[in-house]
Design a protein around this ligand. Structure first.
Ligand SMILES: C[S@@+](CC[C@H](N)C(=O)[O-])C[C@H]1O[C@@H](n2cnc3c(N)ncnc32)[C@H](O)[C@@H]1O
Length: 341
C-alpha cells in the first residue's frame, strides 16, 4: 500500500483496495482520489527569485533585507536565525520596521523621507509600493510564484471568469485580467479596493473587465452560490483573522473548510483552477490540500499540488567567489494548495 499524505481523508479508506492504476500513481508519488483526481504525495517548494523591482538581498539575526524598487528595507523575520552575510549593506537601509508584539503591528523608522507611494511592477502589471502599518509594502513578493502559475493556467482559457477573494491591493486580479480573464475582486476593506483600483490605473488596465467589490468574502460567496454563478478560476488568500465591512468575523481555522466547500460549488464544468494560499503559522501545505480535496470531492478530476512559497536570496558573491560557492538561502513565507483541471 502506498503512503498517503493525509491518512484522515477518504483516501485512507480507499487505500486498502487499490487497483493497478492507482498503484502506478503511487509509484509516481501521486495519490488517486475518487475516479479521476490525483494528489501529489510530495510537497512543492515554489521559489521566488529577484526580479527588476524586488530582491531579497540578505537575511539573518531575525530580520531580512529587501529591495523594493529603489528602497532598501529591513523587516523582522524570526526564522532567519543565521547571521547576515553582508552586514555592511544593512547600513544603507532606507526603512526599518520595528515590531510591537507578535502580530503584524509596529512602526517604521526612515533614514530618508519616503514617498507616500512609488511605482513597482511584475511583468506587465504595475502596482504601488507603500509602507503600511502592518510591516508589508502593500503587496507580497513571494506571491510571484502564484501569479506566474495562475497566468499560465489562464493562457489557454481566454475569457475565463476568475474570482479573487480577500484580494487586497489587487495584483493577482490584475495578473488574471492581463492573462485575458474577466475578474471579480472581493475584499472587505474599502481602502484596499481603492488601492487595487489605483494599481489598475497604473497598469493601464482601468478599463479591464474587473468588478471591484467591497464585501465580506463569505457573504459574497454564499450569495453567488444562491445565484448559481460560476467561475473557471478561484483564488483565495485569506488572513488568519479578518473582519467584513459590517463587522463580520473571519477566522481561518474555523471558517476555511466551509468557504472552500462553497467555492467548489462555484466552479464551472470548464473550471481551470482553484488556488488557496495561507500565511498562518499553524497551517501547512498538506492541511490546505486536504481541505481542497474534500471540498472538490468526487465531482472533479484534475490534480492537487501543495507546498510552500519561498523567497530566495539574491546574494552577490564577494570578490573571488563564484555564485555557486554561496549556499542559496531561502525563507518560507506561506503555504498553498492548488487544484488544476
Ligand atoms: C492582506 S490579504 C491576505 C494576505 C495574507 N494572506 C495575510 O494574511 O497577510 C488579507 C485581505 O483580506 C481582507 N479581508 C479580511 N477579512 C475579510 C473578510 N471577512 N471578507 C473579505 N475580505 C477580508 C483584508 O481587507 C485584506 O485585504
Amino acid at each position: 500500500m502506498g503512503v498517503s499524505h493525509f491518512g484522515y481523508s477518504p483516501l485512507a479508506r480507499s487505500c486498502g483496495a487499490l487497483g493497478g492504476a492507482h498503484k502506478a500513481l503511487y509509484a509516481k508519488g501521486l495519490t488517486a482520489y475518487g475516479e479521476d483526481m490525483i494528489i501529489s504525495d510530495t510537497p512543492a517548494v515554489l521559489r521566488t527569485r529577484a526580479w527588476a523591482d524586488y530582491a531579497l538581498i540578505d537575511s539573518g539575526h531575525g530580520r531580512k533585507l529587501e529591495r523594493y524598487g529603489s528602497y532598501l528595507v529591513v523587516r523582522p523575520e524570526p526564522q532567519c536565525f543565521w547571521a547576515p552575510r553582508y552586514p555592511e549593506l544593512w547600513e544603507d537601509a532606507d526603512a526599518v520596521f520595528d515590531p510591537a508584539g507578535d502580530e503584524d503591528e509596529g512602526r517604521w523608522s526612515f533614514t530618508r523621507r519616503p514617498d507616500e507611494q512609488w511605482s513597482l511592477g511584475w511583468q506587465q502589471v504595475k502596482f504601488y509600493g507603500r509602507f503600511t502599518n502592518f510591516r508589508h509594502l502593500a503587496f507580497f513578493p513571494e506571491q510571484a510564484a502564484n501569479w506566474a502559475w495562475q497566468a499560465q493556467a489562464l493562457k489557454t482559457r481566454p475569457g475565463a471568469r476568475v474570482l479573487n477573494l480577500f484580494g487586497y491591493t489587487g495584483v493577482a486580479s490584475l495578473v488574471a485580467a492581463a492573462a485575458g480573464a474577466k475578474v471579480t475582486h472581493v475584499d472587505a476593506s474599502k481602502k484596499s479596493v481603492a488601492y487595487a483600483r489605483d494599481n489598475a490605473v497604473l497598469s493601464g488596465m482601468a478599463e479591464a473587465p474587473i468588478r471591484w467589490i467591497v464585501e465580506d468574502a463569505r457573504k459574497y460567496v454564499q450569495r453567488e452560490v444562491k445565484r448559481g454563478s460560476k467561475y473557471e478560476g478561484i483564488i483565495l488568500d485569506p488572513p488568519k483573522y479578518g473582519r467584513g465591512p459590517t463587522g463580520e468575523v473571519w477566522r481561518l481555522f474555523e471558517d476555511l473548510p466551509e468557504m472552500v466547500h462553497l467555492c467548489a460549488q462555484l466552479l464551472s464544468d470548464e473550471a481551470a483552477f482553484l488556488l488557496l494560499n495561507a500565511y498562518a503559522a499553524r497551517i501547512s501545505g498538506p492541511a490546505l490540500s486536504g481541505i481542497v480535496a474534500e471540498a472538490l470531492g468526487q465531482q472533479h478530476g484534475g490534480r492537487i499540488d501543495y507546498g510552500e512559497l519561498t523567497l530566495v536570496e539574491d546574494s552577490k558573491p564577494p570578490k573571488g567567489l563564484k555564485p555557486s560557492d554561496i549556499a542559496p538561502r531561502e525563507i518560507g513565507l506561506s503555504f498553498f494548495a492548488r487544484w488544476q483541471a
